[in-house]
Design a protein around this ligand. Structure first.
Ligand code: 13P
Length: 340
């Protein structure tokens, strides 16, 4: 394990107000995004769309690294350059989603366990050789009055611990993603309670597996009231609950926390990130690792047409820039209407 390199990669991912683009949608997930804009989910359309994102001019001012799906890590741009080379040339670090998705947890209705640990070590070696410098594994937990179960929480946390240790043994920075879902009618307090226990359980397992905390990035959910709950918690309440939760459960050895957006609107994700970064003296960098909240406008502007590529790139660059400002507490909603 090259501890120096792990630490330096982890720090770079959250340095200078930059964050991560999650472009690692599986073939099934990208189909849903393409269906919304009437684009066929073909290999070539996936390639064209990812190339549009990666070649956005000056995007490395706001985006430090990109999480790729297996297919994209092996894919080349139109001119034949591998996407990993394109990203490196653009000043962004290539990363790779290594989990095999969330699958039903037997005997626990409505709960999942993330698969993908079998033969992971060999795959990590290959990914590193292909140019990846960091990895991602997503565990998913649902919230209700009775969920998540202890079994779902502990099983998923154990897998995150084993995954993270394997990544570091293969010189890849693990992004540790325990996602507490935002769907439901639960209160903000319930979301905070579940997120708190989840983080405590995850860090206990990272410790048990001797994971080097200075060489990871945590990718948690923000703490929100459930999407179906009315009235929804305010941005200030979300920031207070999320920060209290993180302060209580995330060791300060962790260099960065890069939030998932989890189905929030682009605006809400940016606003919430900014609200948290208004606080002084946080022990870790607070940044973004958004999928939907970085790509929604870009997808809507693109719609599969070559002529729309500049408009889609402008939409993506705008979201990335506003989120970068939010990393420094310098975002204001009026910027949404300013010229790109
Ligand atoms: P969202 O920001 O769309 O939640 O996606 C982030 C991600 O990588 C989920 O694993």
């Amino acid at each position: 394990m090259n501890v120096q390199e792990l630490q330096s990669t982890a720090r770079s991912l959250v340095a200078d107000g930059r964050g991560i683009l999650a472009a690692d949608e599986s073939t099934g997930t990208i189909k849903r995004r393409f269906d919304d804009i009437g684009v066929e989910n073909s290999l070539e359309n996936r390639r064209r769309y990812r190339e549009l994102l990666f070649r956005t001019p000056d995007i490395n001012r706001y985006v430090s690294g990109v999480i790729l799906f297996d297919e994209t890590l092996r894919q080349a741009a139109a001119n034949g350059d591998l996407f990993t080379a394109v990203l490196n040339h653009q000043g962004m670090i290539p990363g790779i989603k290594v989990d095999a998705g969330a699958h039903p947890l037997p005997n626990f209705p409505d709960e999942t366990i993330t698969e993908g640990l079998d033969r992971l070590s060999g795959r990590l070696q290959e990914y590193r050789a292909l140019g990846a410098r960091f990895a991602k594994w997503r565990a998913v937990l649902s919230v209700s009055d009775t969920l998540p179960s202890r079994t779902a929480m502990e099983s998923n946390a154990e897998l995150l611990g084993r995954y993270a240790a394997l990544c570091q043994a293969n010189d890849l920075v693990p992004i540790v993603e325990p996602e507490v879902l935002m769907d439901g009618t639960h209160t903000l307090e319930r979301a905070q309670e579940v997120t708190g226990v989840t983080l405590a359980t995850v860090f206990e397992r990272l410790d048990a597996h001797h994971v080097h905390l200075e060489g990871i990035i945590l990718k948690p959910n923000m703490v929100l009231s459930g999407y179906e709950r009315r009235p929804a918690a305010s941005a200030a309440a979300v920031a207070t609950a999320t920060l209290q939760c993180l302060r209580r459960h995330v060791p300060c050895a962790v260099p960065g926390i890069a939030f998932l957006s989890g189905g929030q609107s682009e605006l809400a994700s940016t606003l919430h990130l900014n609200e948290m970064n208004l606080q002084q003296a946080l022990p870790w960098k607070l940044s973004f690792s958004f999928g939907r909240a970085l790509q929604q406008s870009a997808l809507a502007a693109w719609r599969g047409h070559e002529a729309n590529v500049p408009a889609a790139q402008a939409a993506f660059a705008k979201r990335a820039r506003l989120n970068s400002l939010a990393c420094n507490g310098r975002y204001v909603p009026s910027l949404e209407h300013a010229a790109p």
